[in-house]
Design a protein around this ligand. Structure first.
Ligand code: AQP
Length: 350
């Protein structure tokens, strides 16, 4: 599988970090999360959640709803409250098994904010100023460049270090934050003795990056303003199919994977391949000499089927009342684990 090639970080960091593998049978720990900053998109699923599901058997996984991070950008309170439930229901509908994974809400575990503050005091202004996401997000939110947006990476470090995560599944754009987390953990360990496991970023080789259907050079984002550019997991399947039919392509008329010259077609190839499991080469082969119309119809049908099945499960999960129970149990387990680490940190700091 795509993550098999990773080296256990305990081999590399025994001298600097706490090893999670004292007992051979103990699973390595994974932590990841998605901000409830908008409705989950096909990009959230294909780029993150689909891979989380694959990791569930092999690792001890903590998956959170990163609501503290989401308020670095202004959110409508009612929408944020609603998404707290619906996003967890969507995680489960996407295949995350609450029996195998700890699913929780970041703000319900106060240790995140507390360790975040401690780490703020060990993070240098210059380090935070170099974060490219801060530069990008401040450009996008020029009227609200708040301190939270600036110190967000220290809170992300707290999220990761509280659970002794060995691996953090992230997109390329978040690798820099995991690097900062490693530096902070090493800095802390050097000063106070072994406290934190040094995490590794887990950048998926197959996890797809999905682009906007209307501007295929830009990532498909939850907060995208043009609804035609995104496929939300809760879009009516017929509406989503229509969005695929009107996706921006090009005038070359050849179906091939060439993100530089044909970003739109390449994006549709990635979507189809990720949904039906067929290789991009094989799809390209099938469409030799054929036009965009037939190709888009097949992509649209795959998206329609995927959403129909997902939404049926989602409705069942929401009406069953299981979400509240999953949150209660997940929060409790996360709190226990995080509290232990926070107490250790407080003791060391004095
Ligand atoms: N389009 C995408 N393609 C591949 N992966 C994606 N992810 C998000 N969109 C795509 C992956 O989802 C994880 C968590 O995302 P996040 O919500 O914490 O932050 P984000 O990457 O900033 O997501 P958005 O949708 O773009 O949010 P907004 O609009 O609020 O900025 C990450 O692993 C990310 O790679």
């Amino acid at each position: 599988m795509w993550y098999d090639t990773l080296v256990c970080n305990c081999v590399q960091t025994t001298f600097l970090g706490v090893c999670n593998m004292e007992n051979e049978n103990q699973k390595k720990v994974i932590l990841s999360g998605i901000q409830p900053s908008g409705e989950l998109t096909l990009g959230s699923y294909l780029g993150a959640i689909k891979n989380w599901v694959k990791l569930s058997d092999e690792y001890e996984c903590y998956y959170m709803l990163a609501d503290l991070h989401s308020i670095t950008v202004r959110q409508n309170p009612a929408d944020l409250r609603r998404r707290t439930l619906t996003q967890i229901a969507a995680y489960i509908a996407c295949g995350l098994d609450p029996e195998k994974n700890t699913i929780f809400i970041q703000s319900h575990v106060p240790a995140h904010a507390e360790l975040g503050w401690v780490l703020d005091c060990y993070t240098m202004f210059g380090e935070l100023s170099r974060m490219t996401q801060f530069k990008d997000k401040s450009a996008k939110n020029a009227d609200n460049i708040n301190a939270g947006l600036f110190t967000y990476p220290a809170l992300m470090a707290a999220d990761i270090l509280l659970y002794q995560a060995d691996l953090v599944p992230v997109g390329e754009d978040q690798k820099q934050h995991v690097e900062l987390t490693r530096n902070l953990a090493e800095r802390f360990n050097n000063r106070y003795g072994d406290t934190f496991v040094i995490p590794e970023p887990l950048v998926s080789k197959v996890g797809a990056k999905i682009y906007s259907l209307q501007d295929p050079t830009k990532k498909m984002s939850k907060s995208e303003e043009n609804p035609k550019g995104t496929i939300d997991l809760l879009d009516e399947p017929a509406v989503a199919r229509k969005k695929i039919m009107s996706a921006v392509t090009d005038s070359l008329g050849i179906i091939q994977y060439d993100p530089e010259h044909q970003p739109g077609v390449s994006n549709l190839l990635t979507i189809l391949s990720s949904l039906n499991g067929e290789s991009i080469e094989s799809i390209v082969e099938r469409y030799k000499g054929k036009g965009y119309g037939d190709f888009k119809k097949e992509v649209g049908a795959a998206v329609f089927d995927f959403l129909s099945e997902l939404q049926a499960k989602y409705k069942e999960i929401l009406s069953s009342g299981m979400v509240e129970q999953v949150i209660t149990e997940g929060n409790e387990k996360a709190r226990r684990s995080a509290h232990k680490k926070l107490m250790k940190v407080k003791k060391k700091v004095g």
